[in-house]
Design a protein around this ligand. Structure first.
Ligand SMILES: CC(C)(COP(=O)(O)OP(=O)(O)OC[C@H]1O[C@@H](n2cnc3c(N)ncnc32)[C@H](O)[C@@H]1OP(=O)(O)O)[C@@H](O)C(=O)NCCC(=O)NCCS
Length: 171
């Protein structure tokens, strides 16, 4: 199983490319090109990922196999929806695994790194929003101990989409 490590600033360029490629491969067919392009412009790019990696209110984890990124997860601390009842909730903002590594445990290892980091930083819960039309991710979160507590709107480009909000207690 490939190791998980925290992302460094010099990962930013490769991480931006990996994240955008994974996002487009996963959701491109179900959304318009305009919405995908707008989302990718505002979410992925070397400067954007460098700023996120440097942000003390976030942590990014990566997994590599033979110098190739195969997994990425990002945890952050900030505002949570009202349906997340916790003292100090951490959010899994992103978790992406390369398609040829799906079903091989990389996602579980990234998830464990996120949970461990959340506990270390004193969080009592981890939450996330997942598109209602993403059954594989919903199944993965369910088997990782997350339960549905509500929903919120995630706007992809100009398209308001329903995200299921899921929470797991930690610590
Ligand atoms: C979400 C993601 C990180 C999960 O990692 P993974 O390695 O695929 O996860 P796993 O294979 O361990 O678990 C997925 C589960 O969903 C099941 N599954 C697969 N396709 C499914 C479908 N169409 N409907 C319901 N369940 C499905 C799998 O069988 C598996 O369950 P099992 O272990 O009981 O067989 C990965 O699929 C991914 O990167 N997806 C693209 C990006 C993405 O959607 N990220 C999440 C955004 S919120």
């Amino acid at each position: 199983m490939p190791d998980i490590r925290k992302a460094r600033i010099d990962d930013a360029k490769a991480l931006a490319l990996f994240a955008e490629t994974a996002f487009r491969a996963s959701f491109g067919a179900m959304n318009t090109a305009e919405d995908m392009d707008a989302h990718c412009r505002s979410s992925y790019g070397e400067a954007i990922q460098a700023a996120e990696i440097a942000d003390p209110g976030a942590v990014a984890f990566v997994s590599e196999e033979q110098n190739r990124l195969i997994g990425y997860a990002q945890l952050r601390w900030g505002k949570a929806p009202d349906c997340v009842v916790a003292r100090s909730p951490a959010e899994i903002q992103r978790i992406y695994v390369a398609q040829d590594w799906h079903g091989k445990g990389v996602a579980q290892a990234l998830m464990q790194a996120c949970i461990d980091e959340a506990v270390q930083r004193g969080s009592d819960a981890v939450w996330l929003g997942v598109w209602e039309r993403n059954p594989r991710a919903i199944a993965f979160y369910g088997k990782s101990g997350f339960v549905e507590v509500g929903d919120h709107t995630f706007t992809l480009g100009g398209d308001p989409q329903r995200d299921v909000v899921m929470v797991r207690s930690v610590g």
